[in-house]
Every structure is written in C-alpha cells, then in structure tokens.
Design a protein around this ligand. Structure first.
Ligand code: LLP
Length: 414
C-alpha cells in the first residue's frame, strides 16, 4: 500500500507527507512510484494469457519521469499530439509501441509520426485518412492505420468525458466504417492494421465496453469476409478510479468480462489506460493560507483551479484530508484557491479540522492534474515529486517567475 497513516500523519510509501511539503513547498504534486508500477503490472497480468500491449494514455500525466518508468516496464503509449510523441521519445519510450489518437492531427504531426515509425494511427475521419495517405506517399512510406470507430454506446459517465456516442466528435460511425476500410485497403500509402475504439473515461461499469467490443468484433468478421484482416484490436482506456465511493472494475474484471468475447480471436489486444494507471498514485498538497468564516466557512488554500482544474471544470469530487492532525474543531469548509473566479473551488462543504498553516492532501490527483494546470493569474505551475521508498525525487521544478514570460518579447519600437 503506497498511502498510509502513521499516528495520523499521512505517508506516501516511506515518506511523511508534511516533510515533503516542507522540503519542496506547496502546492506540490506527489506521486508514488510503487503505486504506478503496481497499477501497470495489474493491467499487464490481467491480460497475460493473450498477446497484448498496454499503450498508456500520455494525456493523463505526461511528466517525463513517469513516462520513463512506464517505458522501462515495456509500456507502449497512446498519444494525441506531436508534443506527446516528443515527450515519449524524450523519456526513452519506443516509437514502435506508440498509437496516435485524436481528431485533429496536423500535417506536421503526421509527418513526425511517420518519420519515427509509430505502431499505428488511430484514424478518426475520412479526411484524415486521405491526409495520412498523401503524406506517406510523398515520403515513400506506408502508414499503419487503425480506424477509430464510434460504436454509438452510452458509456454512462460524465457527459464531458463520454466519447462513444454518435453525437460526439470522436471516431468514425461504425456503420460507415466497413466502406471506409475497403477504401483504405486499396489506398496507396496506407497499410490497414487494426481497429480501435474509446468510449469514455472514468467508467464504472463494463457493460458499455463489452457492447462496444461486440459491435467491433462483428465489424471485424465482416471485414474478414471481405478479405481485410486486422492485426490488432485496441479497446481504448477508460477504467475509472475511486474518487469517492465508486467501485470501478479492476483490470482483472475487465479481462474476465472480455475473455469470452475474445475467445478464438487472433488479434493482438491493445489498450489505452490513463487514469487507472496514475490517478490514485498522486496527491496534490496544499496549505491553508486563511480561514474566512461567514455565510459559508471558507478555507483559502495556496492551490487553485490553475493547479487542479477538475473540480472547477467538471464539478468533480476529489477527497481532501489533512496530512497531519490539526488541533481544531471540525467544521464544514469550502476549500477555495486564490484565483479571481468563483469556480476556483477545490471542494465544497468538507468536514475538516483546520487552522491557518494546516496541510491538506487532495487525492486522486495523479491523472488529469498537472497536465491541465495553467498559469492563469500569473501563477507559476507547481513542482512534482516522485516518491520511491524513502527517497523523494524532484521530477519537475516549481516554475520560477521567469517561466511566466518565457518566450515573450517586449516591443522594441516606440
Ligand atoms: N484513449 C483515448 C483515445 C482517450 O481519448 C482517452 C482519454 C484515453 C485513452 C484515456 O482515458 P482514461 O483511461 O484516462 O480514462 N480530463 C478528463 C478526462 C479526459 C479523458 C480524455 N480521453 C478528466 O479529468 O476526467
């Protein structure tokens, strides 16, 4: 267990959280190496009985040291931009294990991915397919292509993170996919290698994923009859984590549920988990600056929506606890940041015993935390620390003030 309490003091592996805050300052992202590796291995072991590749969704947390850890385990990566591809390579990831998703791949990004030899483009439209073909032909290469189908299933998650319904912008309507596969198979510059889907994020039930898989398998059968055989099948990411009292399925549950559907299928199985690998492995530490009693009791902390956007953007609930006991009566506090927006709330009506200077830990911050941070209100982005046993490695420095105007120019004219 990577998170524990010792006499009321929160620990990440063998490091006491208050000591981390003291050494590195707040707000601070803290990740557990053991938790990330255990989550990756749980996925890998769940699918051990079939040929598979875990392609970690870089968007969940793209810090180089985390990508490096996963690359060393043998992970592949799911990317959505040339920037993410560059990060993967910078961290020592293998481009031959990279799949490239996203609806808006630019010419430059496609060229970059072809040059390094990625595993597959997850193609999201006919126009994109044509663009990829043209660039590949120009380069004298063949682009490995998987069509991202939109299976039109309701992932039953938050509408902002649901992607597999036909009204969503993602993927190719599964009813049109067969015709597009036929075209793709005949296109110069294109090598059809797979099929993929991703129906949404923070899934807490497996039914929608199983439905999406069944629909995709029928399509694969029809393609087989047409002489188009696929080497891989990519089931996307999406397994949820426990923020509050959810009981999300584990990778083993997922593997078990899909096994009967996949029986006798030869395709290599790819998956794109993000949140499930890193979400619960991270905390955001923040200190109480002021208590402001009134109509509502506010605890004003030094972290903000700029550091952790999920509560403001999705009204997401993340557990907030004190990192060490505080000698005060518990009250219901709204935990708010210093940013000049009413949405700058990290938690509402939380029962906590607080005093100025108290240290808080926000859980579930390993995924979609730092990656969504901004410098709004000219706030430098926080530091990140990776805990490994009793060692704490600074994997990203707190941004210095100069980072706020890096690349900017003053006018040189009068
Ligand atoms: N594959 C594709 C094509 C995706 O679009 C995503 C996430 C994933 C994989 C990884 O999904 P995961 O396993 O992490 O659920 N910012 C939102 C989540 C956005 C997810 C976008 N796509 C949040 O904080 O909840």
């Amino acid at each position: 267990m990577s998170l524990s309490r010792d006499n009321g003091t929160l620990r990440v592996e063998d490091c006491e959280v208050p000591a981390l805050a003291k050494a590195f300052g707040t707000p601070l992202y803290v990740y557990s190496r053991a938790a990330i590796e255990a989550a990756w291995r749980a996925y890998d072991e769940a699918f051990a009985d079939r040929e598979h590749l875990i392609c970690y969704a870089v968007k969940a947390n793209g810090s180089l040291a985390i990508l490096q850890l996963l690359a060393r385990l043998g992970s592949g990566f799911d990317i959505v931009s040339g920037g993410e591809l560059a990060r993967v390579m910078q961290a020592g990831g293998d481009p031959g294990k990279v799949v490239f998703s996203g609806v808006g791949k630019t010419e430059a990004e496609i060229a970059q991915a072809l040059d390094v030899g990625i595993l597959a483009f997850n193609v999201e439209s006919e126009a994109e397919l044509e663009r990829i073909a043209a660039i590949a032909v120009r380069k004298g290469l063949e682009a490995p292509v998987s069509l991202r189908v939109n299976p039109d299933v309701d992932a039953r998650t938050h509408p902002y993170i649901s992607t597999g319904l036909k009204e969503n912008k993602f993927g190719i309507d599964i009813h049109r996919a067969e015709a597009i596969y036929r075209q793709a198979a005949a296109m110069p510059g294109i090598r059809v290698t797979g099929l993929d889907f991703h129906i949404g994020s923070q899934l807490t039930e497996l039914g929608p994923l199983a439905d999406a898989l069944s629909r995709s398998l029928s399509l694969i059968d029809r393609l087989g009859e047409a002489g188009i055989s696929l080497a891989h099948l990519d089931i996307g990411g999406g397994l949820g984590i426990r923020y509050e009292d959810e009981e999300p399925p584990t990778p083993a549950d997922l593997a078990e549920r899909l096994a009967p559907l996949l029986a006798g299928r030869s395709q290599r199985l790819l998956m794109e988990p993000g949140r499930a690998l890193v979400g619960e492995a991270g905390l955001l530490l923040t200190r109480v600056e002021y208590l402001k009693p009134g109509h509502r009791d506010f605890a004003i902390v030094d972290a903000a929506m700029t550091d952790l956007l999920r509560p403001a953007l999705y009204d997401a609930w993340q557990r907030i606890e004190t990192a060490a006991p505080v000698d005060a009566e518990p009250r219901l506090y709204d935990i708010v940041g210093p940013v000049c927006e009413s949405a700058d709330t990290l938690g509402k009506a939380r029962s906590l015993a607080l005093a100025p200077g108290a240290l808080l830990a926000i859980h579930g911050a390993g995924a979609y935390g730092f990656v969504m941070a901004s410098q709004y209100n000219a706030r430098p982005r926080p530091a990140e620390v990776l805990v490994d046993g009793d060692q704490a490695h600074l994997i990203r420095e707190r941004e210095p003030l100069e980072a706020l105007w890096q690349g900017e120019r003053l006018l040189e004219t009068r």
